[in-house]
Design a protein around this ligand. Sequence first.
Ligand code: PLP
Length: 388
Amino acid sequence: MIPLAIPNVSGKEGEYLRECVDSNFVSSVGPFVERFEEAVAKASGAQFAAATTSGTSGLHLALIAVGVRRDDLVILPSFTFIASANAITHSGATPWLFDVEARSWTLDPAQVKECLAAQTERHGGELIHRKSRRRVGAIMPVYTLGMPADMDAFRSISEEFRLPLVADAAAALGARYRGRNLGKLADLTVFSFNGNKTITCGGGGCVVGEQKRLLQRIQHLSTQARSEPRCNHDEVGFNYRMTNLQAAVGCAQLERLEELVLAKRGIAKLYNQAFMGMAGVGFLPEVTYAESACWFSGITINKPDLKDVSLLCQQMREQGIEGRTFWKPIHLQEPYSESPFTSFDVTERFWFRILTLPCSTNLTEKDQRKVIAVVSEIVTKSSRGILG
Ligand SMILES: *Cc1c(COP(=O)(O)O)cnc(C)c1O
């Protein structure tokens, strides 16, 4: 079976883990955690970083740090992984769901700006959503598939409406926005190092930013808000700090960031070339303003009457190739079916058409050619109506 996306831990991961075990530093106390934070800060071009147990816990703490509180609304694209919405819910707030831009599949700044102008008003220094009387707490763009949102536009919205920006950059480490690195684009930027991301710690997350106070607060909250003397805790904290074991793997992975991101981009490029011009096939977005980290590769199936790609996935599986559907939008998920929303014209046109294809960084060209041959055949049959 050619798997969809598996970790590539063929560098110094084993050596560094051995160091943890030999030194007995396996918990959150240990030198790799700080080393990892420094490496992520450097790799993303930010000054400060705080390592967490996961991307989700990093997003949760980032929202708290920028001041999101119970009953707030947080602006989020519906087309994202459920973890983005869950982090908002964990902070006591509610996602306010928006559409994405067709060109990038990232949060649509024009729609956000228009809705904020039409539906909110300022009250005692706070931005209030008129109909629900709820405060708007933050904007959370998501860097879909490793592609940055249009962050200059969001920066200007953030200034105009005085709203903090928390970027869910879970799988985007290595991407560029207008030639710039990601670390300074939002107030806080959150990366995931889950097993299916390009760079992994097994599980883990990291928040980066330019405001020392915010990152210090996140570190504080992640270790049960412990203060001096040692058994005191000055607020309700969390057990969200990354362990030395996770960080050891992460440090080894980050040494290969460039190599692994280049591998991802190479795989995406080969698929795009191979499927170019094939009837009924579309591509994942590419934009001129950014260079995606190409977390996942795939195509879209543009048959007019397509319901979903599950039949194609089944056909692929029978020939030893894993392919999958991608994110189902948040507004179609049971826990969020009642969330406030705008409209989803773009999202509803494409989300179910996405077919992700094998894109492990150690995928060989031979295996990728096999994937291309099998998928081409299946898609051609399918577009002739022989299959689903
Ligand atoms: C992976 C991912 C997350 C969650 O990260 P975890 O480390 O798995 O908690 C959040 N948002 C997006 C967009 C992701 O892709």
